[in-house]
Every structure is written in structure tokens, then in C-alpha cells.
Write a new protein. Structure first.
Length: 375
């Protein structure tokens, strides 16, 4: 049966243009190969959480393995990802915001990188993922533009070098109910990754650009291995990816992930690039795993801060140490202050961001010094 007849989707704006027979054939191949795998990974997540909540056995450090022994390194990290600088984030499905993120700010400087997000800041609807795919492709081709008829404002990409793109898709825990193969919902991570590789990825490969992903909400090395196989399968299926650079950075935003950072880099193999120190999602995940423990009572989570809370700080010290050990890039977490019309609000937010980044710089320098002195 042709794949195009197996795949059905809701007629949202822009979908028919993307979901042509070539793409749906590729998507159906990935669904057939990985759908059962995703179900097993989700079941393992449920088991880990049940062990913590019902049996008092929270996640812990795995036994030593090949991943934690020896002097292996990740492949050389592309220069884009080694640049120190600001990486701006925002929903790539909201065209005006995506263009603003790619353009210079009020002082005339562009961010080094752009996290074009279809996860935390996305709408989690098929129409959002479709629009994100169109916008990513148009951005790579420098054709992205938008007219806000209500505000009578035009948005266009300004001349000059664009930030590098960091694509973030929805996580393994989500399905896209508005797109199905043989009547079964497609996993949202598979759909988003497939769309990006098939469209924006093709354009990036043609321009000699690296295709970079952030991997959200991972909880085990087995899940990182899933992405390695997903990238491998896509290379096999899509000839234009054969010589392309595909690299991934793990977002450390779950408690189980904290204990398997090194194992995740190992599991990603040729696609491993680094680890990103998340904050809000990590704290939420810790809550989830300790909520039945009467000894784990937290203050307001706004007071649980990397600069003041030792166990949070130690997680990120370990993240930096692992990256230095394995040749990966450690990336600081997101500062979530938003622009505000009130200058005083902006001043306070800016000072908070400055203190946060200065703390990270001091800790990274300290970790690097310790690593040098111990080798």
C-alpha cells in the first residue's frame, strides 16, 4: 500500500504543501520503525516514576559502563556551537517573533545563535508545527517575511549573517493526534524531526550549514540512542543528508537525565555535541520524583536558584566537568527575562541576567582549571 494512502492529517493551513507523497513515505517509514520503540521508552519512564513515588527508589547513578570509562571524546564540535555568545529563543511558528529573533536588536547586534522552538513556546497543535516547518525553510533561504495588517507593520530578515539555527522539536512524550499512520497518531518528536530534516535540513545541507538540534525532556541514555537511530535512518532514507553535519545537544531538564549525562553523550555517538543546563523544567521534574517523600519539602521554587542552592549548582558543575572531559560544549541555561516597556523593570531584569551569567562564567572557569590540574 502506498504510504500516501496510509497517512492522514487534518487540513490545517499549509499542511498539504508539506505532506506530499515523498514526505509521507519517509514519515511512514520512520513511524513503522520507531513507533513501538517510543512506546517502550515511555513505559520505562512510567516505571521509573512509579519506583520513586510508590517504592521510594528515585533515579540514581547507573553502574559503571563503557560510557563512563576510557578517554573517548565526542566528534569535533562545529565552530558554530563553540562560539561564546548569546543564543536567543522563541517560537518559530509565530513568524513576527521568529524574524525579530533573527534580526539585530536595538543596539544593532545579532545573537550568535537562534533556538527556533516548536516545543516549550510552541502551541502543540499541528498547525503550529506546520507553520514552524514553513518558517524554518523560509528563514534558511532568507525569504521569511510577514505583514501584520492590524499593526500595519512589515517584518523582513535584515541583511547580514544570520545566527546559526538550533532546532527544538516536541518531545518523545507527545503524540500528534491530528496526523496518523494507519489510524495511529504519529509521535510528535518523530514528526517534527522529520519535517525539519526533510525541508530546512535539505536547504541547510545545500548551503553547507550544520543541522543542529536541541533534544528536550530526555530521561535515559536509551532515549538518546533512539535519536541516534532516528538520524541514522533519516540519512539512509534521504540522500541529501549523506554528507550533512547533524549534531544534537541534550537539554538536561529531567532528574533521570542528571544521572546519565555522560551516558547520553556516548549513546548519541557521532551526533553528540554538548549538554545544556536547563532550570525550570529540571526543577519541575525533581518535584515530580520527590512529591511523595515527606523529607523533600521545598520553598517557593523562585527561591531555589543556581547561585544560592548547592545541589542545583552541583548538577551544573558536573555538567561542565563531563563536557570538558568528553570534548563536548557546556551551554548555560536560559535567562527568561522578557522585554518590558518599563525601563526600571528592564534594568532589574538585565541586572539579574548579568549576575547569572557572571556566576556561570566563574564556575566554568573554575571547572576548567580543576580539569587542567587533574590531567
Amino acid at each position: 500500500m502506498p504510504a500516501s494512502s496510509r497517512v492522514t492529517f487534518e487540513p490545517v493551513e499549509g499542511a498539504a504543501e508539506l505532506f506530499d507523497p515523498a514526505f509521507t513515505d519517509y514519515l511512514a517509514t520512520l513511524h513503522d520503525r520507531f513507533d513501538a520503540r517510543v512506546a517502550r521508552l515511555r513505559a520505562r519512564r512510567a516505571e521509573m516514576l512509579a519506583d520513586a513515588l510508590q517504592h521510594g527508589k528515585p533515579p540514581a547513578t547507573p553502574a559503571p559502563s563503557e560510557a563512563t570509562r576510557g578517554d573517548w571524546k565526542v566528534p569535533p564540535v562545529p565552530a558554530d556551537l563553540r562560539k561564546p555568545g548569546i543564543e536567543i529563543s522563541g517560537p518559530c511558528s509565530i513568524t513576527s517573533m521568529f524574524i525579530n529573533a533573527l534580526n539585530p536588536g536595538p543596539e544593532g547586534e545579532r545573537a550568535e545563535g537562534d533556538l527556533d522552538d516548536d516545543e516549550d513556546s510552541g502551541g502543540h497543535r499541528l498547525v503550529d508545527t506546520v507553520r514552524a516547518a514553513h518558517n524554518r525553510l523560509a528563514a534558511v533561504n532568507r525569504e521569511l517575511q510577514f505583514t501584520d495588517t492590524e499593526r500595519k507593520r512589515e517584518y523582513k530578515i535584515a541583511p547580514g549573517e544570520l545566527p546559526f539555527f538550533m532546532h527544538r522539536e516536541r518531545g518523545l512524550h507527545l503524540d500528534e493526534s491530528d496526523m496518523r499512520v494507519d489510524g495511529r497518531p504519529v509521535n510528535a518528536a518523530i514528526l517534527g524531526t522529520a519535517l525539519t530534516l526533510f525541508y530546512a535540513g535539505r536547504a541547510q545541507a545545500g548551503r553547507g550549514q550544520g543541522i543542529y538540534f536541541y533534544l528536550p525532556k530526555l530521561e535515559s541514555a536509551d532515549e538518546a540512542a533512539f535519536y541516534r537511530e532516528l538520524f541514522d535512518a533519516s540519512r539512509e532514507r534521504l540522500p541529501f543528508l549523506g554528507a550533512a553535519t547533524i549534531r544534537a545537544v541534550v537539554l538536561v531538564e529531567s532528574l533521570p537525565c542528571v544521572y546519565e549525562m555522560e551516558e547520553m553523550l556516548w549513546a548519541l555517538g557521532p551526533y553528540a555535541a554538548g549538554l545544556n543546563a536547563a532550570r525550570w523544567d529540571l526543577k519541575a521534574s525533581i518535584f515530580e520524583y520527590v512529591m511523595t517523600d515527606p523529607k523533600s519539602v521545598w520553598p517557593d521554587r523562585f527561591g531555589v536558584d543556581i547561585k544560592t542552592t548547592p545541589f542545583i549548582a552541583n548538577i551544573f558543575r558536573r555538567l561542565v566537568a563531563i563536557c570538558l572531559k568528553r570534548g563536548a560544549v557546556p551551554i548555560g541555561g536560559m535567562a527568561t527575562a522578557l522585554p518590558n516597556p518599563d525601563p526600571e523593570v528592564n534594568r532589574v531584569a538585565g541586572e539579574s541576567i548579568r549576575k547569572d551569567k557572571e556566576w556561570r562564567r566563574r564556575r566554568a572557569s573554575s571547572a576548567a582549571g580543576s580539569r587542567t590540574s587533574s590531567t
